[in-house]
Design a protein around this ligand. Structure first.
Ligand code: PLP
Length: 235
């Protein structure tokens, strides 16, 4: 077995244990393999080991990998900061975008999504760490942004995403993830049918699963330490 295949098995086992520890079904937690900075060959290796969903942070790099692996039935999630001049690349190739924090970007994706393709699934990135983070919409501004997105064609608002500030404090992480869970519950009480909480990375999938994560985004624990900077925080 290759090391990527072995790492994937270990991560899937962590997900099963974390789900069992809080009485959740492991089928409700989807593993997104974050392949940013890694070549298409590494994605192919993970795909050979049964992995289907992959996450990319950089539009051009991600688009190149989508094209290189077009003969496999993979699912592609864009999870990085997205500038206006890169929306077309993403709208034409990806299945999901997790990092929406401005209506303008969602509107461009909506316009540029080919209506013959399946709808593009979106998550709004929420800043759950206050001044400690720069990306993501504030919890106060979330309802208005969510209403704006829900009105756009060719898209489907699926849920919320967060990246808490880096910390070893797992109680603090759980608090941050709980904020996202409550925000989704409150939007759903207002009639949104959201089903996705994208939260938890290599070092914190356990507290994220305990607070209801439905997608965990895991890079390092699957592919190893990244060959160049590809930090999940701000860029
Ligand atoms: C890089 C990245 C991840 C994966 O982080 P790891 O610590 O390598 O698991 C998850 N989410 C986002 C948004 C990222 O940019």
């Amino acid at each position: 077995m290759t090391s990527i295949a072995g790492n994937l098995q270990a991560v899937r086992q962590r997900i099963r244990s974390a789900a069992a520890a809080c009485g959740r079904s492991p089928e409700d937690i989807h593993l997104l393999a974050v392949s940013k900075t890694w070549p298409a060959a590494c994605v192919a290796e993970a795909a050979d080991a049964g992995q289907v969903a992959f996450g990319e942070n950089y539009a051009q790099e991600g688009a190149d990998k989508v094209d290189a692996l077009a003969d496999r039935s993979l699912e592609w999630h864009f999870i990085g900061p997205l500038q206006s001049n890169k929306t077309r690349l993403v709208a034409s190739r990806f299945d999901w975008v997790h990092s929406i924090d401005r209506l303008k970007i969602a509107a461009r994706l909506s316009e540029q999504r080919d209506p013959r393709l399946p709808v593009l699934n979106l998550c709004v990135q929420v800043n759950v760490s206050g001044e400690l983070s720069k990306s993501g919409v504030s919890p106060e501004a979330l309802p208005e942004l969510a209403r704006g997105i829900a009105a756009l064609p060719n898209l489907r608002l699926r849920g919320l995403m967060c990246i808490p500030e880096p910390t070893e404090d797992s109680a603090l992480l759980r608090e941050r993830f709980a904020v996202l869970r409550r925000l989704m519950a409150s939007l759903n009480a207002d009639g949104f049918g959201l089903d996705t909480l994208s939260m938890g990375m290599s070092h914190d999938i356990e507290p994220a699963i305990a607070e209801g994560a439905t997608i965990v985004r895991v890079g390092t624990a699957i592919f190893g330490a990244r060959p160049r900077a590809g930090d999940p925080q701000e860029n």
